[in-house]
Design a protein around this ligand. Structure first.
Ligand SMILES: [Zn+2]
Ligand SMILES: [Zn+2]
Length: 354
């Protein structure tokens, strides 16, 4: 089969490799859609991810497809089913799993390999994080489950109440999902982005206020001026992952409010924070990472009900052989949303499903 193998820093080759074998508890999925994601791009540029992937390995983690083979011990699934599988599975028994923090599982199993014609889904992911795609849902929309689950969990952690003003810094796919879901929760959303096209998308997703901020320094006072009594935002979501926007998020939140540092900064980044502001203004600082099986299930429901308009996030498509070109485009243009990589595009016409 054809697969995109990561060998190291910016070394990715689309080449023939052996089709993975499904063990007794695994399933083998014919990949219909693999979505590009900022994390894959980060891994591509860095050449590895300490927890998620060590080269050489097939890259890609947001996928949907058809089951072509099930292991002898698999009872929940059968060949021919359309499925979406998440990129990880918690162990279910460790300290964190027993405390509803499966995202922090001490033995979190990660799976990559979506940028390929076939991917093996390991038993633990088959058991708790693989779902049949309802008949009314396309492969592209279904593949959005994983990033949306991270966003839903981020919102659960952020103390959002109806009527709150919630500010989102950074309007990539994740930031836009926050805009949309916060709006549906009854929040008034302020969206801050670097490009006009991003602000237009945020408006379509329900943002009430748009702030263009092309430079590194965020217009903190302008944003506070958009909040009740200029007090600041009840909740701030940082969805960029850079030290200066982490600091700006703390400057924008109101007394007693919550900041969620959702964007992970480059390794060993340091941020200086004003301790008296955090203490005397009782600011809650959170940082959400990853998802849990419960959020994966909820994400699929939200997508099925078309509340997130998942299709709008996938703005382009390419065959597997075009993946490098897509990554280069993403690197030179941070306004990019998601591209559907279609490993079978040139061989079967019905790859996008219903
Ligand atoms: Zn992702
Ligand atoms: Zn665990």
């Amino acid at each position: 089969m054809l697969a995109a193998v990561l060998y190291g820093k910016e070394q990715l080759r689309v080449e023939p490799v052996a089709v993975p074998r499904a063990g007794p508890k695994d399933i083998l999925v014919k990949v219909r859609v693999a979505l590009t994601c900022g994390t894959d791009l980060k891994v591509f540029r860095r050449g590895y991810h300490a927890r998620m992937i060590q080269p050489p390995a097939v890259l890609g983690h947001e996928l949907s497809g058809d089951i072509v083979e099930v292991g002898s011990e698999v009872t929940r699934f059968r060949p021919g089913q359309r499925v979406v599988a998440a990129n990880s599975a918690p162990c279910g028994v460790c300290f964190f799993c027993r405390r509803d923090k499966e995202n922090l599982c001490e033995d979190l199993l990660f799976n990559n390999g979506a940028y390929a014609e076939y991917v093996r889904i390991p038993g633990p992911i088959v058991d708790c994080n693989t779902h049949e795609i309802p008949a009314n849902l396309g492969y592209r929309e279904a593949a959005m489950v994983e990033p949306l689950a991270c966003v839903l969990r981020g919102l659960d952690e952020s103390n959002v109440r109806p009527g709150d003003t919630l500010t989102v810094i950074g309007l990539g796919p994740i930031g836009l999902m926050f805009v949309r879901m916060a709006k549906l929760m009854g929040a008034r959303v302020i969206a801050i982005g670097r490009r006009r096209a991003q602000l237009e998308r945020a408006e379509q997703m329900g943002a009430a206020e748009l702030v263009l901020s092309p430079r590194a320094a965020l217009p903190v006072e302008e944003v506070k001026g958009l909040t009740d009594g200029r007090r600041g935002s009840d909740v701030v979501i940082e969805a960029v992952g850079s030290p200066h926007t982490w600091r700006a998020a703390v400057a924008i939140v109101r007394s007693g409010g919550t900041v969620n540092f959702f964007g992970g900064c480059p390794n060993s980044s340091q941020v200086c924070l004003d301790t008296s502001r955090i203490h005397y203004s009782e600011i809650t600082l959170k940082s959400s990472f990853h998802h849990t099986p419960r959020h994966i299930r909820r994400a699929l429901e939200v997508i099925c009900e078309d509340r997130i308009h998942a299709g709008r996030f996938v703005i382009d498509e390419a065959p597997l052989s075009g993946l490098l070109e897509v990554f280069r485009k993403m690197m030179s243009h941070n306004g990019h949303l998601k591209t559907a990589i279609l490993p079978w595009r040139d061989s079967s016409p019905d790859e996008t499903g219903p």
